[in-house]
Design a protein around this ligand. Structure first.
Ligand code: M6R
Length: 606
């Protein structure tokens, strides 16, 4: 995680760096810092906490310069503190880093022997001293090549040099890095979003590349030092999507946007007149694929799990689901006839990217479902399916989850149709339901007042459970994840039928349990499981869909009903009250909803 920025210009750069750091705060927000070069000196200001604090400090300690680097940190090595905040500097160089240097302990020993003195507990500081050491006998380019070779692990770097006051070096391995082009100035940033207010012209470094950025020229090199040419991409401007408008939090806005994002995505992928799914230029024939492996992390993993149920229901494909951090290190038996699908909102998640890279290196068929279409995962996969939901800023994923599920559902329908495993009328029914989904999702938003009245029961608690079967099980996992990441209370998602194999021991008087029991094929079974927890004292919040039939159960604490749709689309409607439950619980506690503690939006370290 962490965000880095660098600017070289003919104007003062401090305030532009601060603006970019604000945009990068979604990547880390436990400390921040800036370094500029002025009159042959490196000036540094750093602090624990947010960019606001950094800006306050800068109003007292003024630093000037037309070249500088900045950083927002998500701590890996060393606690969040001023001394561990980046940039890290020697007399000669200053460095900002996103990633982890895995061999930092060995390198540190070597550098201490050479007489280097360390100030922080970070892995990053070894890069500073290594550069300083190698610069004694090598020119800049040779130094960079030698240093990059020595480093194990992942990094995106921004480096300024006392003796080269006209340039910034950028380098990447594993972590993302972009270069932006402006009038009489050029930029380096962890992503295009950080640079968007300054330019819409961007190039991306490939893994292993480094670059030398001057205010009027940028040169790119591969890991052997050979010059490489880069395409300059023009980004569309959608600044307003990054604005909270009248909402208190981005998360609130993103939850409310879901009916619109569903509508946009459905319209993007499906021809309303013919019902055809517009997935063009798919590089493989359907008979070349007999299995599917879905890979992601966190919420994206939950959408993969959801898709397994759909693919198994509607197609005869073999379906596997994997957590990226497990997949990448397991002894996988790669299958030529498998399609590997990588799901990621940011498209920068380190583990998902590594899993994709592994599949690409093994010559597999790779496809990604992403929100950020300029991301590393999108660029490296052989086919991309965007979710079309616009920027998601809140750390807790909401509209992207629905978007990922929607695209995976549509892909599943497409496969079922291509493989002739679905009857025409069933297919058309499902397409029709998809076009109605947005309106029904809007109704799910109306659960607001009920959720607000129950959420205090989810704040000061020992723990809570979220139960579901079949299609509702991945949603139970997602509901629990949302509550724990925002409210900092223990929440566990469980298959309702598994309770008696252990977790039932946790149920005691007053323990809040959310039961997802839509009236689908699992309904009766789930209701029985619900009875079992009620009998042991649980306070059950039942989430189901509307029906003329009463739920045959006594002692349900509260009930929320969503609209009716086909069984396989109900997960979309059940998700929304759970997002709201997490939102209002955190709101009640006064927590930082868009930036929950210890987390970051884009997880670019493994
Ligand atoms: O950007 P990605 O979709 O790859 O991110 C994966 C997870 O880090 C992410 O979904 C995380 O679990 C969210 N904070 C959950 O709300």
């Amino acid at each position: 995680m962490c965000g880095i920025v660098g600017i070289t210009s003919n104007k003062q750069v401090t305030s532009s760096i601060i603006n970019s750091l604000r945009k990068l705060e979604y990547r880390g927000y436990d400390s921040a810092g800036i370094a500029t070069l002025n009159d042959g000196f490196i000036n540094e200001v750093k602090c624990e906490g947010r960019v606001d604090t950094l800006e306050k400090n800068l109003s007292k300690i003024k630093i000037e310069g037309t070249i500088g680097i900045g950083h927002v940190r998500w701590a890996t090595h060393g606690s969040p503190s001023t001394v561990n905040a980046h940039p890290h500097s020697s007399e000669k160089v200053s460095v900002v880093h996103n990633g982890i240097i895995e061999n930092s302990t060995i390198l540190k020993k070597y550098l201490i022997k050479k007489g280097h003195k360390f100030k922080s507990q970070t892995d990053t500081e070894v890069i500073v001293h290594l550069i300083t050491e190698y610069l004694k006998k090598n020119d800049l380019k040779k130094t960079i090549l030698k240093v990059l070779k020595k480093l194990h692990g992942s990094f995106a770097l921004g480096i300024i040099f006392k003796e080269q006051p006209d340039l910034i070096v950028g380098a990447r391995r594993g972590s993302p890095l972009a270069v932006g082009y402006g009038p009489n100035e050029n930029y380096l940033g962890s992503d295009s979003y950080a640079l968007k207010s300054m330019t819409n012209k961007i190039s991306y470094l490939n893994d292993g590349d480094f670059c030398i950025v001057k205010k009027d020229q940028v040169e790119f090199f591969d890991n052997k030092g050979n010059k490489v040419n880069k395409k300059i991409l023009k980004l569309s401007s959608n600044e307003q999507d990054y604005d909270k408008g009248d909402y208190k939090h981005f998360m609130a806005k993103e939850i409310e946007e879901q009916p619109t994002t569903i509508k946009n995505c459905v319209n993007e992928y499906i021809n309303k007149m013919s019902g055809d799914i517009n997935i063009f230029n798919f590089p493989w024939k359907s008979n070349e694929i007999s299995s599917i492996v879905l890979i992601g992390c966190g919420t994206a993993y939950h959408s993969c799990l959801m898709a397994k149920y759909w693919f198994e229901q509607l197609t005869n494909l073999d379906v596997g689901v994997d957590i990226a951090s497990e997949f990448r290190y397991r002894k996988n038996r790669f299958k030529k006839d498998a399609l590997y699908i990588f799901v990621s909102q940011s498209g920068e998640t380190a583990d998902t990217f590594a899993a994709l890279d592994l599949c690409n290196k093994n010559n597999m068929k790779t496809c990604s479902v992403v929100n950020v279409v300029e991301s590393s995962i999108a660029r490296e996969s052989k086919f991309v399916l965007p979710i079309h939901c616009g920027p998601e800023v809140g750390v807790a994923s909401t509209k992207a989850f629905l978007g990922q599920m929607l695209v995976l559902y549509i892909l599943c329908l497409k496969f079922a149709q291509m493989r002739k495993e679905i009857k025409k009328n069933v297919y058309m029914e499902k397409i029709k339901s998809l076009f109605l989904l947005s309106k029904l999702a809007k109704k799910s938003l109306e659960t607001d007042s009920k959720i607000q009245s129950v959420c205090s029961s989810f704040t000061d608690i020992k723990g809570s459970m979220f139960l579901g079967r079949g299609y509702s099980f991945p949603i139970a996992l997602e509901g629990a994840l949302k509550l724990k990441e925002l409210s900092y209370v223990h929440a566990e998602g469980y298959p309702a039928g598994e309770m008696k194999h252990g977790p039932l021991a946790l149920i005691e008087d007053g323990l809040p349990v959310v039961v997802l029991a839509p009236r689908d094929e699992y309904y009766k079974k789930t209701i029985s499981n619900m009875q079992e927890v009620i009998a042991r004292g649980a306070k059950v919040l039942l989430i189901t869909n509307k029906s003329k039939d009463e739920v045959h159960s006594e002692n349900i604490w509260e009930k929320i009903e969503v609209e009716n749709t086909s069984e396989d689309l109900l997960p979309f409607l059940l998700t929304i009250p759970l997002q709201k439950l997490a939102y209002y619980s955190a709101f009640k506690k006064g927590y930082d909803i868009d930036k929950p503690r210890n987390l970051a939006k884009s997880v670019t370290v493994e």
